[in-house]
Unconditional design. Structure first.
Length: 472
């Protein structure tokens, strides 16, 4: 009797407890759903969102801006009051070894004797090259100037008032709330530094909010020309040419052509040799110019080594990193004679197996050779850089976009291809950017290579300049 009563009490207690927990079940499920949803939303907001390149456009000078080597030498010979004969001879010899061809462009201010270096000449050149590049990038996309949320302009050596960003806002009537940034002093890494800045701005945008950033990279030559006699400061007169490029970046994959990958930037200005390798200063006569050290190629190669140490873990796949690590351990345990060259080759990452295309800043033929040797690249890997140097010269930070245009004009870009861009500027400030092609495009009939791509690649040998007598 007592046992039956006890069992009845336990059954009632069990039923009541079950009913209690069943009653709480929806509350617990709701709490779990809220917790999981919150964590998913937090992960979505906090993770690094993808950034894309919609398209780009490059300035292409008309034939009247062309500066053949014979014309440049003749002008130097005629301007005896500001350019000594020895300086003219030095620039002629430098041009022969530079890898620069006969179709590069300079502004009209270079054709005056003496050249025009005033503010008006710089402003006219800036409006010409910037407008051309921006017009082309808008023509290649469905983006309207009113869609631009942020404007970033990089021009290293020339800064006017109003700044070049204001010139763009005025010409294209950008919105009054556009965020504009005008970067100076960034040198030939300016374009990639702008890409890094644009990435951070686009990733900071609210989720679901599509934003567009217009990037313009150029260098204005009218205020850069050096009229002195110091040889290290005459080098930029030979290497630098007129150019500009514009890019539109976004945080939306719609109609985008490239997905942005890792961005790595290193600065070795802590070393005196790196800090002084490219220095804007006055010579002993008070003439301002850019002093390029003779050791620049070697210094740049050493800076590249430091950069690669930071770049590889972020850009290379795990298997390639393991292969390199295994090679290093193997060489340490079983060292090979240096004469065989196996140690250096085995421990070097196979960059051309990870990336299908390379755009390396065309700072000069010797600089490119040092980069090729340091990265272990083939002649084909370096083709876009050498051909851009030959056809257009060193156009500072915009040069990389001309190299990308060369690869596409050759029809070599396919979906899934990865492009590695590397640039360096005074400091040495070394920057690298990885792009992945997600939407290959047909050849651009208005691109910088459209009229001459059939003639490239060329074997840029040291040309023999015609002998031009000194005019008296």
């Amino acid at each position: 009797m007592v046992a039956g009563a006890t069992m009845a009490v336990l059954q009632r207690a069990s039923t009541a407890s079950t009913d209690f927990f069943v009653g709480l079940l929806p509350v617990h499920v709701l709490m779990v759903v809220i917790l999981v949803s919150g964590m998913a939303m937090l992960w979505r907001v906090s993770r690094a969102r993808d950034v894309y390149l919609v398209d780009y456009g490059c300035f292409l000078g008309e034939p009247r801006y062309r500066i053949p080597s014979a014309m440049a030498l003749e002008h130097a010979r005629l301007m005896t009051d500001i350019i000594e004969e020895e300086s003219a001879d030095f620039m002629a010899r430098l041009h022969e070894r530079s890898g620069i061809g006969e179709e590069t462009s300079v502004p009209d201010s270079y054709r005056y004797m003496p050249p025009e270096r005033g503010v008006e000449a710089s402003r006219e050149e800036a409006e010409l090259v910037i407008s051309s590049a921006v017009d082309k990038v808008f023509a290649r996309t469905t983006v309207n100037p009113k869609d631009i949320d942020t404007l970033i302009v990089a021009c290293s050596f020339t800064t006017l008032t109003p700044v070049f960003a204001d010139v763009v806002v005025n010409k294209y009537r950008l919105r009054a709330d556009v965020q504009s940034v005008n970067l100076s002093g960034m040198g030939c890494s300016g374009a990639l530094i702008c890409v890094g800045l644009a990435q951070k701005l686009l990733q900071a945008a609210p989720p679901g909010k599509h934003k567009h950033v217009l990037i313009i990279a150029t260098e204005i030559l009218s205020s850069m020309l050096y009229n002195g006699t110091k040889r290290e400061m005459l080098v930029p007169n030979v290497l630098f040419r007129m150019g500009a490029a514009a890019m539109i970046m976004t945080n939306s994959p719609e109609r985008a052509r490239f997905r942005l990958g890792p961005i790595v930037r290193t600065l070795t200005a802590g070393r005196d040799s790196d800090y002084r390798c490219a220095f804007q200063e006055e010579d002993d006569k008070g003439i301002t110019g850019i002093n390029l050290s003779k050791e620049l190629p070697v210094v740049a190669a050493n800076a590249l080594k430091s950069h690669i140490v930071a770049f590889c873990p972020r850009a290379l796949p795990a298997l390639e990193l393991l292969r390199v690590a295994f090679s290093l351990v193997k060489q340490y345990v079983f060292p090979q004679p240096r004469a065989t060259g196996r140690a250096e080759k085995g421990a070097r990452p196979a960059f051309n197996k990870v990336f299908q295309h390379f755009c390396i800043h065309p700072g000069g033929r010797r600089v490119l050779h040092e980069m090729q040797r340091g990265l272990g690249l083939s002649d084909r890997d370096m083709e876009a850089s050498h051909m851009t140097l030959h056809r257009f010269g060193n156009m500072a930070s915009s040069s990389l976009l001309y190299e990308l245009a060369y690869i596409e004009a050759k029809g070599r870009m396919s979906k899934g291809d990865r492009v590695c861009m590397i640039s360096f500027s005074p400091g040495i400030d070394c920057s690298s950017v990885v792009w992945e092609c997600i939407n290959p495009a047909a050849a651009d009939p208005n691109g910088p290579w459209a009229a001459c791509i059939h003639r490239y690649p060329v074997h840029a040998q040291a040309q023999q300049l015609p002998q031009i007598a000194k005019m008296t």
